[in-house]
Design a protein around this ligand. Structure first.
Ligand code: HEC
Ligand code: HEC
Length: 454
């Protein structure tokens, strides 16, 4: 039998691997923090079964424990038999072991005893009335349920959605970063880069034009969520291959049965569950929300500077003309904010073929914007200060520049250049930082549910 292993012992701190491991796999064994324990770390996109063995003399090996890797990584502490004689340990991979452990909901996932609440979020009063209520893109045919969003959460973090099982949605939409990517262009399953900056997903549920992506090329979220899976740079899968792969996983057939009433894993159901999870990513617990509920009274929860920023943001013809409502999203229009001319990326115009749409881009909610750097469809600005400097005096005139960024005709119709003072610039940035919701960035109901060990 061909063994592939790493070796360590209570006396040897080094670990080493011999022979060839399964594709993409790497193992390391080091001393655990407790006496008589090893820290076993295995990277294995193939999610194989591995066995820890011990030996007093490197000749006769005894199985100590087997474990299955879930979602590409195992990082666990394994207790050793206490022994007065020296014992060596190794972690081995062998083809014969495969299939000896199957994954179950209980072994592969870390789920709460009481399911998380996704379908009944506590929303501020402004969300219950227009304009926000009218901007809700949840379709009657795919209303969010706790079970559906839970399944969507698992899919969102599952690397098996990509061809070589190395990239999940969460690779490019990271919770700590407002479900965006700190990289200017995201890395796909084979290391290739996306041609636009990843988009934050906070409050994506409220967008009047509904459509998704910077160029709004997907009419609904249910259509959108299947695109990255099939994108040749991002995840590289086909939907039939994904259905077959997930359909062979026992816990998925269980979960699909719970959500949809039968175990069939179909791309339509994958799309519904993913869309439910994305719509459940709701952020309403920022300093801004607390201050709004207190009518922006100045105090510990709301500074003079934040209030000055809010007033600048909401001044007529200013930022709120395009970043409106408590979700800071456009209403019925899509805008050109004068990033460049000639247009390097046609944006909406590349989809409609209409020259009047060139350089127009969707802009999602500014909630958690301080977490989602870099900024704009091409990630050209690293900081919010750079964004404010851009609007201050760098907006580029172009045939499609949207009216709020232009002076009225009686003032010549040129580009509006507010030339913010240093104090105004700082105030605008402080206001945008007040939209950060620390709970969203860490809330376990949006976090990775896979079991990577202890
Ligand atoms: C390799 C990186 C990558 C992966 C993987 C990825 N995305 Fe994205 N996502 C992006 C980028 C980049 C954009 C913007 C692309 C564009 O507009 O052309 C985007 C846009 C989106 C949007 C649009 C948001 C809006 O407001 O319009 C949603 C929703 C989204 N992704 C969800 C997902 C889901 C769900 C998955 C997993 C099935 C996923 N993404 C996988 C990089 C990625
Ligand atoms: C004419 C409409 C319009 C006005 C006015 C406007 N913006 Fe924007 N904003 C946009 C558009 C469109 C984008 C996306 C452009 C792109 O990526 O190509 C955007 C992007 C942004 C982004 C980056 C979003 C992200 O996810 O990367 C920030 C931050 C921002 N604007 C802040 C402001 C501030 C602050 C003001 C006021 C000083 C302002 N905007 C005024 C239309 C506008």
């Amino acid at each position: 039998m061909k063994m592939r292993h790493a070796l360590s012992s209570a006396l040897l701190s080094a670990s080493f691997a011999t022979a060839q491991l399964p594709d993409g796999a790497a193992i390391s064994l080091s001393h655990g923090t407790a006496a008589n324990s090893s820290r076993v770390t295995i990277t294995d996109p193939g999610n194989h079964v591995w066995t820890l063995q011990s030996s007093p003399n490197l000749d006769d090996w005894t199985d100590v424990q087997s474990y299955k890797v879930h979602n590409g990584r195992l990082d666990t502490t394994v207790a050793h038999a206490s022994s007065t004689t020296q014992l060596f340990y190794r972690t081995i991979y062998s083809a014969a072991l495969q299939g000896t452990i199957t994954s179950t909901t209980a072994s592969a996932l870390v789920l709460p005893a009481t399911p998380y609440d996704y379908d009944n979020p506590a929303l501020p009063p402004a969300f219950a009335v227009n304009p926000i209520a009218g901007q809700d893109n949840m379709p009657a045919g795919n209303v969010t349920t706790d079970a559906g969003a839970k399944l969507g959460r698992i899919l969102f973090y599952d690397k098996r959605l990509s061809l070589n099982q190395t990239v999940s949605c969460s690779s490019c939409h990271q919770q700590a970063n407002g479900f965006s990517d700190p990289d200017r262009f995201s890395r796909g399953f084979e290391g290739g880069r996306t041609d636009r900056n990843s988009m934050g997903l906070s409050n994506a549920r409220w967008y009047q034009r509904e459509s998704f992506f910077w160029d709004e090329r997907s009419a609904t979220l249910e259509i959108q969520v299947l695109q990255p899976i099939q994108n040749p740079v991002e995840m590289g899968m086909t939907l039939p291959a994904l259905e077959a792969r997930l359909g062979a996983e026992p816990f998925y057939t269980d979960l699909f049965n719970q959500v949809f009433g039968s175990p069939a894993v179909t791309s339509d159901r994958i799309a519904r569950a993913l869309a439910q999870f994305v719509r459940s990513i709701i952020s309403v617990s920022s300093r801004y929300d607390a201050a709004r509920a207190a009518n922006f009274a100045i105090g510990a929860g709301w500074s003079n500077q934040e209030e000055q920023g809010r007033q600048l943001f909401n001044a007529p013809g200013s930022c709120s003309a395009c970043h409106g409502t408590d979700n800071f999203v456009p209403g019925p229009n899509i805008f050109n904010n004068g990033l460049e001319f000639p247009y390097v990326d046609l944006g909406r115009g590349g989809v409609t073929g209409n020259a009047a749409d060139n350089g127009k881009f969707k802009v999602g909610s500014l909630r958690n914007i301080a977490l989602t750097a870099p900024y704009m469809h091409d990630g050209r600005f690293a900081t919010l200060e750079q964004v404010v400097d851009f609007y201050s005096n760098q907006v580029v005139d172009n045939p499609n520049l949207s009216p709020p960024l232009r002076l009225p005709p009686q003032q010549g119709g040129g580009v509006r250049r507010p030339n913010f003072t240093a104090q105004q610039r700082a105030a605008l940035v402080a206001f945008m930082r007040s939209l950060t919701d620390p709970s969203l960035a860490t809330d376990p109901k949006y976090s990775d549910p896979f079991n990577y060990g202890n």
